[in-house]
Design a protein around this ligand. Structure first.
Ligand code: GDG
Length: 484
């Protein structure tokens, strides 16, 4: 029962995300090329996409350029065009300066601008149309993340034959916070166009269901929401359910076992002066990650003499992020002021208190850093999952290392054997760091084994398989099913 005028495409599995798994790049000499950005999501979906004739709809990372669909490594790439103004309003504006802070407990105040909202609607429509154009009759479409929350409803209206899933990679806030949003009903209505809405934690799924009840009064029972469909009193069942995302754990362990990466880890320890304990933070430079709280706790431990600068170092990788958004510029100044002060107060000629890096590194270097570090500090104030915590665990095949983990990261639901912290409680963070420093080897190994079981049992392939099986009832998307 397609709407007249809508042609169907040929793809039986369509993934829709803000960014494509490939980036279009223009070199300094003007040379144009496509580079693959091998994220976990691509790794997990690649085999399924190849086996079931899949297409990926998204933005190629460059403004004002149109591209025809093309094939990349067995996956069809369908680029969506964004203008410079779309990027400013839909992406940097509504996505990263309205929704991102709102969904992360208003750690930074969200900005509400009607022209950003208008752009968000227009761009979501463009993504929905692109997906509708390429999806085969009865295809499965999987929409990713907060930038595209209106796409499920728009798709369902254009193509009622489709099976539509949505996964939210960031938290869904409690109603008291969510209700600030001037477009709170439109966003919920957009999401309810999906058959299955996945969240990181069960708290996110129940926050969503409660917003549905408060704003629309629909009946919800457990994970099921009955959404009125048409005017004959019929309802359509939508499921809102947690699917905690993960990483390709085996590939991280494989990297960690390579002799050259182990040698690099040793070299890093030596270059840092072979301190007794190396602590590590790895985050996009984002106000949700609690980088300042971590530095404050560490600085007080040095001040109090509970840690000595000759014995420890904090390596902080803060990868550049959203540098055109005001809150991120202010955060960078704040963090770099703290780092400078702390190093000024406590570093000696031979030992820096903090080794700070505002860079992105190749994955190999990240794995070497994880291997070289005795203690991993994840102090997020709010985080959908936090993959860094899982990556640290996946590389520690030596069953050593201590993970200090914020209870406000989604990963805390699964990684119960981490040293848990409330990052707002600076004294508690300080005590947890000392516990990690003093933890005996047997205790470290016992905890790391338990953490590794969790991460390897639910890797990203298990995550995507379980989402798609729930979405399609195990029928529509299976690798190895021949076409026709
Ligand atoms: C969002 C949600 C959720 C970081 N710096 C470098 C680098 N990274 C990699 C890490 C990790 C990824 O980026 C960051 O993932 P996180 O999960 O930690 O955080 P977000 O970027 O905020 O991701 C989050 C996630 O979506 C998935 O659903 O877990 O809660 O906020 O893989 O290793 N990688 C390299 N160089 C760097 O400098 N190569």
């Amino acid at each position: 029962s397609r709407r007249s005028g809508q042609q169907t495409g040929r793809y039986s599995l369509v993934v829709v995300s803000n960014r494509l798994p490939v980036d279009f790049e223009v070199g300094p000499d003007g040379a144009e090329s496509w580079t693959t950005s091998p994220g976990g999501l691509v790794t997990a979906l690649e085999p399924l996409m190849r086996a079931s004739d899949g297409a990926w709809v998204g933005w190629p990372g460059v403004a004002d350029r149109s591209f025809e669909p093309f094939e990349n490594d067995g996956i069809s790439i369908v680029p969506v065009r964004l203008s410079k103004q779309d990027i400013e309003r839909y992406y940097e504006g509504f996505s990263n300066d309205t929704l991102w802070p709102l969904y992360h407990d208003v750690i930074s105040p969200p900005s509400y601008h009607r022209e950003w909202w208008d752009s968000y609607v227009a761009v979501n429509r463009r993504f929905a149309q692109a997906a509708a154009d390429v999806a085969a009759t009865g295809a499965t479409v999987w929409v990713q993340d907060y930038q595209l929350q209106l796409v499920p409803r728009m798709l369902r209206e254009a193509r009622p034959d489709l099976v539509i899933g949505f996964f939210n990679h960031i938290p869904f806030p409690p109603y008291g916070i969510y209700s600030q949003l001037p477009w709170r009903k439109q966003i919920i209505d957009g999401l309810l166009g999906a058959d299955l809405i996945g969240f990181q934690r069960s708290a996110d799924a129940s926050n969503f269901s409660s917003a549905v009840r408060r704003l629309f009064g629909f009946t919800t029972r457990g994970m099921a929401i009955d959404v009125p469909d048409g005017d004959l009193g019929r309802t359509r069942r939508v499921i809102a359910k947690p699917f905690p995302i993960s990483i390709d754990a085996a590939s991280f362990e494989e990297l960690a076992r390579r002799p050259e990466i182990q040698a690099r880890a040793k070299q890093i320890r030596e270059d840092l002066g072979n301190p007794k304990k190396i602590m590590l933070g790895v985050d996009r430079l984002d106000y949700t990650k609690g980088i300042g709280h971590r530095i404050k706790a560490y600085g007080e431990l040095l001040r109090d003499g509970r840690l000595a600068v000759d014995d420890v170092v904090l390596v902080q990788v803060a990868s550049p992020s959203r540098e055109r958004v005001g809150a991120y510029m202010a955060l960078r100044d704040e963090i770099e002021l703290m780092v400078g002060r702390l190093n000024g107060d406590y570093s000696t000629i031979s030992h820096a208190a903090i080794s700070y890096h505002h860079h992105g590194y190749p994955r190999e270097e990240m794995v070497a850093l994880y291997l070289a570090s005795d203690i991993m500090l994840v102090t997020a104030l709010r985080d959908g999952m936090n993959l860094v915590a899982k990556e640290y665990v996946a590389v520690r095949f030596d069953n050593d290392g201590v993970l200090v983990l914020s209870e406000f990261a989604g990963a805390a639901d699964e990684l119960r054997k981490a040293v848990r912290i409330n990052p707002h409680d600076i004294d508690g963070v300080k005590d947890a760091i000392i516990d990690a420093v003093e933890m005996p080897p047997r205790e470290r190994s016992k905890r790391m084994r338990a953490l590794r079981r969790k991460v390897f049992d639910n890797d990203v392939a298990a995550w995507s398989a379980s989402f798609l099986e729930t979405l399609t009832g195990g029928a529509a998307v299976q690798p190895g099913v021949p076409e026709n």
